[in-house]
Design a protein around this ligand. Structure first.
Ligand SMILES: C[S@@+](CC[C@H](N)C(=O)[O-])C[C@H]1O[C@@H](n2cnc3c(N)ncnc32)[C@H](O)[C@@H]1O
Length: 222
């Protein structure tokens, strides 16, 4: 089965024996791929929308996996019971939806690993999940249909990070591959253009973007 580059990279952070919930599974393409490529995983695929669950069921049935993937309709972590899950996957949602879902502290009790791809505010996402008691185990940038996404694997634990590590991502910063250069060269251009357009009274915003431009330039020149 063919899946997108983004979903394939997410799947690479899943390990054999994980007890997973994929929250917001939609089409369930990732779940079908995981079930066919990982050993001994338990997999709950959930979505808040009935239409998505119907679509997922159709796809899962085509691959004869209805008895292996546990499909559930509902909001975030509300669909799981104690001890069913140790790994959360959330991909393709915005930061505030992800924050809301992971704020269900009672259900987060047994979660050892969070694999996450947010469509927005990756810096806020790092800060938030680190505050919940997780560290960044691995992360990467991936390009899919001309969009560059950040995928992060958090595991339980404490680690201190510098401002730059939170901003760029500690593992992404240490790899600094071609995608990093592409992504931050584009961001630099965007922020420089923005600075030209910001009205003078937006002092806080101007200073913030000047600061970002400085740290991006510094990393690009290293
Ligand atoms: C853009 S799709 C992403 C699908 C897939 N995870 C991916 O990355 O390709 C987002 C999905 O999340 C679901 N969703 C949004 N909020 C949710 C919540 N609170 N609980 C469960 N599912 C949710 C939506 O119904 C939608 O199907």
């Amino acid at each position: 089965m063919r899946i997108s580059n983004r979903l394939k990279c997410i799947s690479e952070f899943v390990e054999d024996n994980d007890k997973i919930i994929d929250i917001g599974c939609d089409h369930a393409l990732l779940d079908i791929y995981l079930m066919n490529n990982k050993n001994n995983i338990n997999l709950i695929a959930s979505d808040i929308h009935e239409g998505a669950i119907k679509n997922a069921k159709k796809n899962i049935s085509k691959h004869a996996l209805l008895d292996k993937i546990d499909l559930r309709l509902g909001d975030g972590l509300n669909v799981i019971n104690e001890n069913e899950v140790d790994t959360i996957i959330i991909a393709g949602m915005g930061y505030y939806s992800i924050e809301k879902i992971l704020s269900n502290s009672e259900k987060m009790n047994k979660i050892k690993k969070i694999i996450v791809q947010s469509n927005t505010d990756v810096v806020k996402l790092r800060k938030f999940i680190i505050k919940l008691g997780y560290k960044i185990e691995d992360e990467l940038l991936v390009k899919d249909k001309d969009i560059i996404y950040t995928i992060i694997k958090f595991t339980l634990g404490k680690e201190k990070y510098s401002y730059e590590e939170i901003y760029f991502g500690p593992k992404i910063l240490s790899k600094k591959d071609d995608l990093f250069l592409e992504y931050y060269n584009k961001k630099l251009l965007k922020y420089e253009n923005l600075l030209l357009q910001l009205p003078k009274y937006e002092i806080k915003n101007i200073l913030h973007h000047k600061h970002l431009i400085r740290i991006i330039k510094k990393e690009l020149s290293k």
